[in-house]
Design a binder for this molecule. Structure first.
Ligand code: SAM
Length: 273
């Protein structure tokens, strides 16, 4: 018999571990609305034709909701052995093909799971950006990513040019995906309550997303440009050969600052290198 989420946490003695970014969602209504909004925005009824990967299932709130929506298969990737035990017991309660990986999501090779695949996760906030960048670099492998971030990080991802939050991750995310904001959650929705608000974003690959090689180049250029964001590009990018001529050939004044360039302009610049 399936215990309630709160009883699951008590039964398995799952005290939240800060080093693993653990803030649990134990309210079924809230977890339900994350999955529901993701499905609705994708114009889907359920996940019957899609293999789902959940990173960091924890006590399994989101996991249960994914299972209710009939995925073709579910793979969970979890570092914490206590949560892995919870997943092993949950697996007994479902007919859905269910893989449990006890390991680091940063190392996990998603291609091992058959396509079409989607990732759904209330991310461990301490590694949310490295995980996102890993997935964006191979975005064509995914049908969609439904991810919860600390709200400030979500704002950086969707920030338009000339905004103070606009930076490297905004450029890469906006060059690879259509991004929808699904919902905001207050700290009180979590156990224990974090200090910050959270936001769920849905990422869907653009028709012709930039490839991994191009992203690697854009990543280097944006790291230089935003690493010294107050400086003019002719200064912050001076280590790149012929930078002034190349900026001018694209109609970008060398006196512009990083935040003034659109994601497309960063792409065009990277293609000259
Ligand atoms: N999905 C659960 C929920 O919404 O209640 C838990 C979310 S909690 C914010 C993040 C989860 O990611 C935790 O279960 C934590 O143990 C797990 N985690 C942390 N670092 C991880 C890593 N590198 N690889 C896989 N899982 C990780």
């Amino acid at each position: 018999m399936l215990l309630s989420l709160r009883d699951t946490v008590k039964f398995y003695g799952l005290a939240a571990e800060k080093s693993l970014g653990q803030n649990f969602l134990l309210d079924e209504e809230i977890v339900g609305s994350i999955v529901e909004k993701s499905l609705k925005t994708q114009s889907r009824k359920d996940f019957h034709d899609c293999n789902i990967i959940e990173v960091g299932p924890g006590p399994g709130g989101l996991t249960r909701m994914i299972l209710k929506n009939s995925p073709k298969s579910l793979t969970v990737v979890e570092m914490d052995e206590r949560c892995v035990r919870i997943m092993q017991d949950l697996k007994q309660e479902t007919d859905c093909p269910f893989n449990i990986i006890n390991g680091d999501a940063l190392e996990f090779e998603e291609k091992n799971i058959a396509a079409p695949r989607q990732i759904i996760s209330n991310l461990p906030y301490n590694i949310s950006v490295p995980l996102l960048l890993k997935w964006l670099a191979k975005i064509a492998e995914f049908e969609a990513l439904t991810l919860m971030f600390q709200k400030e990080v979500a704002e950086r991802i969707t920030a338009p040019r000339c905004c103070k939050d606009y930076g490297r991750v905004s450029v890469i995310a906006q060059l690879t995906c259509q991004i929808d904001e699904l919902l905001d959650l207050s700290p009180q929705c979590f156990t224990p309550a974090p200090k910050v608000w959270s936001r769920v974003l849905l990422f869907r690959p653009l028709k012709n997303p930039v490839n991994a090689q191009e992203i690697a180049k854009i990543s280097q250029i944006t790291a230089l440009a935003f690493g010294q964001r107050r400086k003019m590009l002719r200064q912050s990018l001076k280590s790149l050969p012929d930078i002034i001529a190349k900026l001018e050939s694209l109609g970008i004044p060398p006196t512009a600052r990083a935040e003034e360039l659109t994601p497309q302009q960063f792409l065009e610049l990277s293609r000259l290198y």
